[in-house]
Design a protein. Structure first.
Length: 85
């Protein structure tokens, strides 16, 4: 969650005065992959989120790809907007 929230804040503070919030119940896991099969402990998650401002005023629907490494490293990649509200 902290990595997702930070990415959303970094992007939207260019356009909004209020910081959007991402809640766990507004995250959909679309796909989980293990790109190197049994040779590594890396998982790539494709997720969809709906950040909101205030009393759940949705601002956009976004897609993320997140790589989670076995050592605890997390990389957020491919931040995309797919729908405006």
């Amino acid at each position: 969650m902290p990595f997702i929230q930070k990415s959303v804040e970094d992007y939207f503070t260019k356009f909004l005065t209020d910081v959007p919030t991402v809640a766990p119940w507004n995250i959909d896991i679309l796909r989980v992959e293990k790109p190197n099969a049994y040779r590594s402990f890396i998982f790539v998650l494709k997720i969809r989120i709906k950040p909101y401002v205030g009393q759940q005023s949705w601002i956009r629907c976004c897609l993320f790809k997140i790589a989670v490494h076995g050592e605890g490293d997390v990389e957020v990649n491919n931040f995309q907007h797919i729908k405006k509200y």
